[in-house]
Design a protein around this ligand. Structure first.
Ligand SMILES: [Mg+2]
Length: 320
């Protein structure tokens, strides 16, 4: 590990330069500038080999996923990303792996206008920790705790794709349609952080969270923090053609309810803000699906299918 200063050798030269970075990689710490009127949002996520990604996942995909899951948390806060720092635990210094990893990181950094401002490497089991920081105007951060009974519940994109993608990657199931298989594996390996939706929802959503562990697990964070209950209609859950055509309808619902890793946003909107929501989503050219309503039964999740109680089997989906 000594022969390389991994962060400087593999990442510094490629890093984009933002004007708000006074001192980046290469000193004892980074020095950055926060714009006036903005608050700083900070989030950290670790991806561990064999736990959060399969050991044979390409380095390029690991880098982009590690970044995307962090940016997804910023999106859920309504924040615009600015900087990341990287901590890498590597079993060995594999130059090809590092090159592919740093290319993947670099592509996302350019696309999202995020600068890598520092990092560290240690020898150990393969694990990637990224800390992402971004800005949100004071008092406009989206949280989990301000939803109210009567608010409508929405999700972006489609649910369950990454879950089925994982089962394909693990060879636990086979999808014969090549296009569907590729789409589902891409949804697993290359999640899209919903940053534009997140910033568009400032002052519109009463609460917001990104779905990393599955809809049922993640909506409970909002229900607990906001002291609300929810009625969710499983027949309204947005699903991709690839998911619908690859598994039975009950399996598809299972994936959509409990599979994680889709990194879609789940958010709530009061009756008064609904008109504003429609305009905003149309302007941002994004789609969100209404899936249910909040009520006063604090912490309770009521799943319905064709307006009848839906039997939910928690064992339906296993992450690894
Ligand atoms: Mg999150």
């Amino acid at each position: 590990m000594k022969e390389f200063n991994v962060i400087e050798d593999f990442f510094k030269a490629k890093s984009i330069q933002r004007k708000d970075v006074i001192i980046g990689i290469g000193d004892d710490g980074a020095v950055t500038r926060i714009p006036q009127g903005q608050a700083l949002v900070t989030t950290t996520d670790t991806l561990l080999s064999g736990v959060h990604f399969l050991a044979d996942t390409p380095a390029h995909a690991i880098a982009q996923k590690a970044m995307a899951v962090n940016l997804s948390d910023l999106a859920a806060m309504g924040a615009e990303p600015a900087w990341i720092s990287l901590s890498l635990s590597l079993p060995t210094v594999d130059v090809n792996w590092l090159q592919a990893f740093s290319n993947g990181l670099q592509e996302h950094a350019e696309y999202y206008n995020v600068q890598l401002i520092g990092g560290d490497t240690v020898q150990g089991p393969l694990a990637i920790t990224i800390t992402a920081q971004g800005f949100v105007p004071f008092d406009q951060a989206l949280t989990r705790s301000k939803a109210k009974p009567g608010d409508s519940v929405y999700v972006t994109g489609s649910l369950g794709d990454a879950g089925l993608g994982l089962h394909i990657a693990q060879k636990k199931c086979v999808v014969n349609n090549q296009f569907h298989q590729e789409f589902l594996l891409n949804r697993l390996n290359y999640p899209t952080p919903r940053l534009l939706v997140g910033t568009s929802l400032r002052r519109i959503a009463s609460a917001c969270i990104d779905i990393s562990d599955g809809l049922v697990s993640d909506i409970k964070h909002i229900l607990n923090a906001s002291q609300c209950g929810a009625t969710i209609h499983v027949d309204k859950l947005p699903m991709s053609q690839a998911l619908i055509e690859s598994v039975s309808s009950s399996e598809a619902i299972d994936y959509a309810l409990s599979a994680g890793d889709d990194y879609e946003l789940l958010f709530t909107v009061s009756e008064e803000q609904k008109g504003q929501l429609e305009t905003t989503l149309a302007n941002a050219n994004v789609h969100a699906t209404y899936i249910g309503q909040l009520n006063g039964n604090a912490g309770k999740l009521d799943l319905r299918q064709a307006d009848k109680p839906f039997e939910y089997n928690t064992k339906g989906y296993e992450h690894f």
